[in-house]
Design a protein around this ligand. Structure first.
Ligand code: MSS
Length: 365
C-alpha cells in the first residue's frame, strides 16, 4: 500500500543516508534517481534495500569468520566457515544489484508490490571466493546437477509452511562460472543489511538470486519448490497465476536511465548523465535523445570499465533552448540487444527495460 513516507529509518538501516533514499516501507527503500553518486560504484549508504523477511539479529555478524555455510550436492559435501572460505581464494567483482521489480511503478496495470521507480539498483564491488573454486575443492557437483540452490539464513515465522516463506532460489548451473560467496561489499565487511556475514552473489542476475546471509548451497537436479522460486519471480500475463513453467527472473536484460538533469535544465549547454548495463553481457553503446526518441545521438561512457557486470555511467552534451524536453536513453549490449521502446505488461511488474517510460521530462526557461 502506498502511504506517507516514514521520516526515520528502521534500526537495521539507521546507518544509511536518509536524504538519498525514498523509503517505501521498513523492508524496502530505493535510491533517488539523482543520488547514485559521482563514481561507478554506488556508495553503500545510498544503496537500495529490499527484504522479503525481517533482517536477522545483528548477533550473526558478531563473529563473522565463524558463520558457516553447508555445501550439498557435491562429491564431498561439507560445512565451511567464512574462516575456511578465506583460505581458499579471493576475488573482487563489480556487479549491478537490481531488484526484479525495479521500474514497477511504470506499469499501468498497477502491479502489486513496491512501486519502485529506477532506484532499486546500484553498482557494487563484491569481494569473496569464486563459487567454482569452492565446488572444485569439494570434488565438483554431483552428476545430474542442473541448478545451484541457495537458502537465506533468516529465522522463519512460526506457524507457516516454511516453503511458503523461505528465501531459497535456484539459478542454472551456468551461473557457477561467475558466482561468488562474498563477505565484503565496497571494500568493507558486508553489512548485515546487505546480507552479511556471507552472501551468494550471481553477477548479472536479478537481485532476488543474490541470497543474503546464505546458510545452505545445494547443487540440485531440480529447482527448489519454495514459493519464491516455484511461483514467485516469474514473468506471466496480467491476471495469470504463478507456475514453474513461466520464465524465472534470472539474467537481467539491457537497461539504462538518465540521472541528470531532472525537472529543470539550463538554457544553453547541458551535460546529460545516466547509467547503463547489460546484465550478464557487456555493453556496446548507449544513445540519448532529447526529443522523446525521434532523434538519437551516441553518449560517451565515463569512468573506468569495471567489467561486464558493472554499470557504465554515461554523458552527452546537449544545447537546449527554452521549452520542454523528454530525455530518454537506450543501451545496446554486445550481442545487439537494445532496450525496447515500450514494455510487455506482466502480472508482477518485473523486468521493465522500455526506454520510453524510463525517461525524464525537463523544462528550460
Ligand atoms: N536474501 C535473503 N536472505 N532474504 C531476502 O529477503 N531479498 C532478495 C535478495 N536476497 C532477499 C535476499 C531481493 S528480492 C533483492 S532485490 C535483493 O536481495 C536486495 O538486496 P539488498 O542488499 O539491496 O537489500 Mo528483488 O529481485
Amino acid at each position: 500500500a502506498r502511504g506517507e513516507e516514514p521520516k526515520s529509518l528502521p534500526d537495521y538501516a539507521a546507518w544509511k543516508d536518509r536524504s538519498a533514499l525514498i523509503v517505501h516501507s521498513t523492508n524496502t527503500m530505493e535510491t533517488h534517481r539523482g543520488a547514485i553518486g559521482q563514481g561507478v560504484v554506488t556508495p553503500s549508504d545510498r544503496l537500495f534495500i529490499r527484504n522479503n523477511l525481517p533482517t536477522p539479529d545483528k548477533s550473526i555478524v558478531a563473529d563473522r569468520d565463524a558463520w558457516d555455510v553447508n555445501i550439498e550436492g557435491v562429491k564431498t559435501p561439507k560445512k565451511l566457515t567464512i574462516g575456511d572460505l578465506k583460505t581458499m581464494g579471493v576475488t573482487t567483482v563489480a556487479s549491478v544489484l537490481q531488484c526484479s521489480g525495479n521500474g514497477r511503478a511504470f506499469f499501468p496495470h498497477g502491479a502489486s508490490g513496491t512501486q519502485w521507480s529506477v532506484g532499486a539498483a546500484g553498482c557494487v564491488l563484491w569481494t569473496g571466493v569464486p563459487l567454482k573454486t569452492v565446488v572444485e575443492a569439494l570434488g565438483g557437483p554431483v552428476d545430474g546437477a542442473r541448478y545451484i540452490t541457495s537458502t537465506g539464513g533468516e529465522a522463519l515465522p512460526d506457524g507457516l509452511d516454511p516453503k511458503t516463506v523461505v528465501v531459497e532460489r535456484s539459478v542454472p548451473l551456468r551461473a557457477m562460472d561467475s558466482a561468488l560467496l562474498a563477505w565484503e561489499m565496497n571494500d568493507t565487511a558486508l553489512p548485515l543489511t546487505h546480507g552479511g556475514p556471507l552472501r551468494m552473489v550471481v553477477p548479472g542476475y536479478y537481485g532476488v538470486n543474490n541470497v543474503k546471509y546464505v546458510k545452505n548451497i545445494a547443487f540440485t537436479e531440480n529447482q527448489t519448490d519454495a514459493k519464491i522460486q516455484a511461483s514467485g519471480y516469474r514473468i506471466r500475463d496480467v491476471g495469470q497465476k504463478g507456475a514453474p513453467d513461466q520464465p524465472s527472473m534470472w539474467e537481467m536484460n539491457v537497461k539504462s536511465w538518465v540521472t541528470a538533469p531532472l525537472e529543470t535544465a539550463q538554457n544553453g549547454r547541458n551535460m546529460i548523465y545516466g547509467v547503463a548495463f547489460g546484465g550478464t553481457k557487456a555493453l556496446s553503446g548507449v544513445e540519448v535523445s532529447t526529443d522523446g526518441g525521434k532523434t538519437w545521438k551516441s553518449a560517451r561512457f565515463l569512468g573506468p570499465d569495471l567489467g561486464p557486470y558493472a554499470w557504465r555511467p554515461f554523458v552527452m552534451a546537449a544545447e537546449l533552448s527554452p521549452g520542454e524536453y523528454r530525455i530518454v536513453s537506450r543501451a545496446t549490449d554486445v550481442e545487439g540487444n537494445s532496450q525496447p521502446e515500450g514494455r510487455k505488461d506482466n502480472e508482477r511488474g518485473y523486468g521493465h527495460n522500455g526506454w520510453s517510460d524510463h525517461g525524464v521530462t525537463v523544462t528550460v526557461s
